[in-house]
Write a protein that binds this ligand. Structure first.
Ligand code: FAD
Length: 414
């Protein structure tokens, strides 16, 4: 995951419509002013204000009342965010807990019980509890449904053994979204169950993985007889794939449709270098403007995808933005270091081994952003997989052969 400013999660799963009327808008405005009059954001720690925002139902406006929302159209969240930005309310809770906000919240609200929403959503919103995604394994990335981590029932608990990998922010996380195999006799998609696992318990070992940037924003995670209460299961036993799809769909939209200002994001660095260096070459200007136009087209497409997402569960269109974003981000960051000349080859800050508190490229230098962009076509589903999804689900082309789909998972060679 790389996004710094994910849009509000949309899939409430509780039948919220995408439209709103004057009355809804008035209700939101009234609550906003009440929140600000009762709790001055400038006079308290940010976490405390975010907590009040959650309690006022203004965290994720489409979520059910009592769980951070008002059950209203998600598009109204924009009004809240704009007004709070005017009041200088920090949005660091989103940046710190990017996986919780982008993927955890929509998954918990779509599939969780009342008690589960009550337990997890508030500290997730305030970023007092960070979340990570425990899907990928050494032998199961693109084919995540083939995963091998096992969960075995033991009374009211499950015992988990196995290994996950590329787990962004596992080192700061309190909770992990875990998909594990609970029945190896069934075909791969059917034998999976979705759990929320406490990352701070014995039996969960987090080891950092150093990336090309020198940083370790992701990790390997080893489970050795880790225990999960059955009450931390999300969805039915064997229904883990359906729950995981909610997480994955939201991940693609969150990555590909980040809401940036016009000319913002990676292209802002390009234009900044152009101005700083006083460049004038007409050929280079032409190249830069082509990239700028593509970035603007992607930004507008992202806005449209977010509007569409406001009407329900994200569909395959999230894959379009994700695919284009990954390719464009690489081209823009390459062009930026090219414009920098020899300076673009240097890492002035050195190559220290750090485990950052936030994921993504937002705080990296231009040179490291260039390096970090290499991961864009891998994270959140590779570009080849995005093309497969688009080919099959949008263009209606024949699917690729899937010989292991209907046979018991345990009989598939690995
Ligand atoms: C920065 C970063 C952060 C990440 N964060 C997380 C995280 O927080 N949690 C998590 O669970 N995972 C995370 N991942 C893992 C990521 O989801 C996987 O790396 C990705 O899904 C690809 O899986 P893989 O690495 O096993 O590659 P593989 O699946 O082994 O793919 C290898 C190559 O084969 C290609 N390929 C595979 N199958 C097909 C096919 N059917 N058709 C065509 N080509 C194919 C792929 O496109 C790729 O080029 C992260 C990855 C990165 C880079």
């Amino acid at each position: 995951m790389t996004t710094k400013t994910t849009p509000a999660p949309i899939d409430s799963g509780k039948g919220v419509s995408g439209n709103w009327g004057r009355e809804d808008e008035d209700q939101v405005l009234e609550r906003l002013e009440l929140l600000l009059s009762e709790h001055d954001p400038g006079s308290m720690p940010a976490e405390e204000f975010w907590g009040h925002q959650f309690d006022a139902g203004l965290a994720w406006i489409n979520f059910p009342p009592g769980h951070g929302g008002l059950g209203l159209a998600p598009g109204l969240q924009g009004i809240v965010n704009d007004r709070l930005t005017e009041e200088k309310v920090s949005r660091l809770n989103v940046a710190r807990n990017v996986i919780g906000h982008g993927m955890g919240a929509p998954t918990v609200v779509a599939h969780g019980s009342e008690q589960q929403m009550e337990r997890w959503l508030r500290p997730m919103f305030t970023a007092e509890e960070i979340w990570c995604q425990l899907f990928s394994e050494p032998g199961a990335g693109s084919d995540v449904a083939g995963l091998a981590t096992r969960a075995v029932k033991d009374g009211d608990e499950w015992i988990v053994n196995g290994q996950k990998v590329w787990t962004t922010l596992a080192h700061t996380s309190r909770w992990g979204m875990l998909v594990a195999r609970t029945d190896a006799d069934l075909p791969k998609h059917q034998g999976l169950t979705y759990f929320i696992v406490d990352m701070r318990q014995p039996g969960v070992e987090v080891r950092p993985l150093r990336q090309i940037t020198g940083e370790a924003e992701f990790n390997e995670v080893y489970f050795t007889d880790a225990r999960i209460p059955d009450s931390y299961r999300l969805g039915a036993v064997g229904d883990g794939w359906r729950v995981a799809l909610t997480t994955l769909m939201n991940e693609r939209v969150a990555i590909g449709s980040t809401q940036l200002p016009r000319g913002g994001g990676a292209i802002a660095e390009t234009t900044a270098v152009w101005i700083e260096k006083g460049l004038t070459d007409p050929y280079l200007r032409d190249e830069m403007m082509k990239l700028w136009c593509e970035a603007e087209a992607l930004r507008l497409t992202g806005m449209r995808a977010n509007q569409a997402r406001a009407l329900g569960t994200p569909g395959p269109e999230g894959s379009t933005s994700k695919l284009h974003w990954a390719d464009l981000n690489k081209r823009i960051s390459t062009f930026t270091v090219d414009l920098m000349g020899a300076e673009g080859m240097l890492l002035p800050e050195g190559y220290p081994f750090v485990t950052p508190e936030e994921a993504g490229a937002g705080r990296l230098t231009r040179q490291k952003s260039f390096l970090r962009a290499r991961a864009n076509s891998i994270e959140g589903g590779t570009s080849e997989i995005m093309k497969n999804i688009l080919g099959e689900r949008v263009l209606g082309l024949p699917g690729e052969p899937r010989v292991d789909k209907d046979v018991p998972w345990k009989t598939v060679p690995r």
